[in-house]
Write a protein that binds this ligand. Structure first.
Ligand code: NDP
Length: 241
């Protein structure tokens, strides 16, 4: 497949932030985008603002059957599945001694199990068609740990490891890319309930970059020729050390 051919791209967590920017950019470039998230109203509004290339589907990535149905629905809609962008994620940062164990569980369920559900759903199809592209939106948190990020970073290290293992194990016809963003202006930090963590994140976000910076990186990886696999892109705001 050459770089100009439209592809069917599935984006999880497309109702806001980075996923919305990826879906918007790729749809504008002529790809068929199947956009999943729980907030279907937001996805429908996004579809209305785009050029008819964006198909909204309600999706909860913590539910394995839901993710399998999402991939099959994309195939039914467009007759192909070329790229899965695993982007859905949550980040309720907190210190471990706060024991916000329900929030730990949610991060593991969405960030780790959600990624695995996507791989389980798409890998057989990619292997059978001898073509496909997994793109994981990990994080700079997949490379470093700071106080309050232990569990979140743990899930992002896990995403990094799973995606790298996938890259090594996959048939060479299947491409695998990890995108690791630094701080980006999105709704991600809104779910932080621990006041100290929220305050620290507020200061951190002063230098955040726009979600489209990450969307451009995804588009770069997706639009490479089939024999070129962009393994990982790390993107920080220039002022983030
Ligand atoms: P947002 O909060 O803006 O977006 C998160 C998206 O994930 C939403 O669309 C949300 O949709 C979706 N989501 C959450 N839970 C589920 C679920 N159970 N099933 C399906 N979708 C779900 O944050 P970002 O855009 O920042 O986050 C996107 C990814 O980027 C995450 O993986 C995050 O870890 C990563 N990242 C973000 C950085 C940043 O600074 N913003 C930095 C590094 C990485 P809905 O609620 O409608 O289901």
């Amino acid at each position: 497949m050459n770089t100009t051919e439209p592809r069917t791209v599935l984006v999880t967590g497309a109702s806001s932030g980075i996923g919305e920017a990826v879906a918007t950019r790729l749809a504008a470039a002529g790809h068929h985008v199947v956009a999943g998230a729980r907030r279907l109203d937001r996805l429908r509004e996004l579809a209305e603002r785009t050029n008819g290339n964006l198909h909204p589907i309600r999706l909860d990535v913590t539910d394995r059957e839901d993710v399998a149905a999402f991939v099959e629905a994309a195939h039914d809609l467009t007759g192909r599945v070329d790229v899965l962008v695993s982007n859905a994620g949550v980040m309720p940062l907190s210190r471990l001694d706060s024991l916000l164990v329900d929030e730990w569980d949610r991060m593991v369920d969405v960030n780790v199990r959600g990624l695995l559900h996507g791989i389980a759903a798409a890998l057989p199809r990619f292997t059978a068609q001898r073509a496909g592209h997994f793109v994981t939106i990990a994080s700079i948190g997949a490379h470093e740990v700071v106080p309050t990020s232990a569990v979140y970073s743990g899930t992002k290290y896990a995403q990094w490891a799973i995606t790298e293992g996938l890259r090594q194990e996959c048939d060479p016809s299947v491409r695998v890319t990890t995108i690791s963003p630094g701080v980006v202006t999105t709704e991600l930090a809104d779910s932080i309930t621990e006041p100290g963590a929220a305050e620290a994140m507020h200061a951190y976000r002063a230098h955040a970059i726009a979600p489209d910076a990450i969307a451009r990186a995804v588009a770069y990886a997706v639009d490479q020729p089939a024999d070129v696999d962009v393994n990982e892109i790390v993107i920080r705001p220039t002022r983030q050390r």
